[in-house]
Structures are given as C-alpha cells and as structure tokens.
Design a protein around this ligand. Structure first.
Ligand code: FES
Length: 91
C-alpha cells in the first residue's frame, strides 16, 4: 500500500499499487467529480500533483489539462507515495 495525501483536505489514505486514483477517492468518500464516468472525456477529475507517485501521463489526458502538474484522476494509477490537491490550481 502507498500513502496518498490530499493536501487540501488534510487527509491521507492508503492505496493499493495499480489502483486508479478516481477509485481510491470513491472508496474513501473523497469527493472527486467524474462527469464523464472516468472515460477521459471531461476534466472534472483533475488534480494537482505535488509528489508524483502516479503512472506516466497518458496522451489522451493532454487536451484536458492546462498545467504540467495536473492529472486526470481517472487516468492516473498509484505507483508510489503521492501528495495531491483536488484543487487543480489556477490556469
Ligand atoms: Fe471525466 Fe476523468 S472523469 S476525464
């Protein structure tokens, strides 16, 4: 298990290696919007990454991100300890 810290909520949860970040949030009652249902077709699941223990960024995410430190929660998989913010940050 890897610690995933949601900095803006001051919450740390433990996530299994390979778990989808969106699923980690759903499993721990952390409110992550997923308007498209997790199909990389919106940007409501964006997070800002401060410590990157996530899988490599997918090309499909590009059009939905407006900062290099953002990821789509539905396309990011836990690979190590992470520090994230649900607030995707100013553009
Ligand atoms: Fe729509 Fe992730 S839930 S892109």
């Amino acid at each position: 298990m890897h610690p995933v810290r949601f900095k803006d909520l001051d919450v740390v949860v433990q996530a299994a290696p390979g778990a989808c970040l969106l699923d980690v949030c759903l499993d721990h009652d952390i409110e992550m919007e997923a308007a498209c249902g997790g199909f990389a077709a919106c940007n409501t699941c964006r997070v800002r990454v401060e410590q990157d223990g996530l899988s490599a960024k997918e090309d499909i995410e590009g059009p939905f991100l407006d900062r290099p430190d953002q990821r789509l929660g539905c396309q990011a998989f836990i690979q190590g300890p992470c520090v994230l913010s649900l607030d995707p940050g100013e553009t």
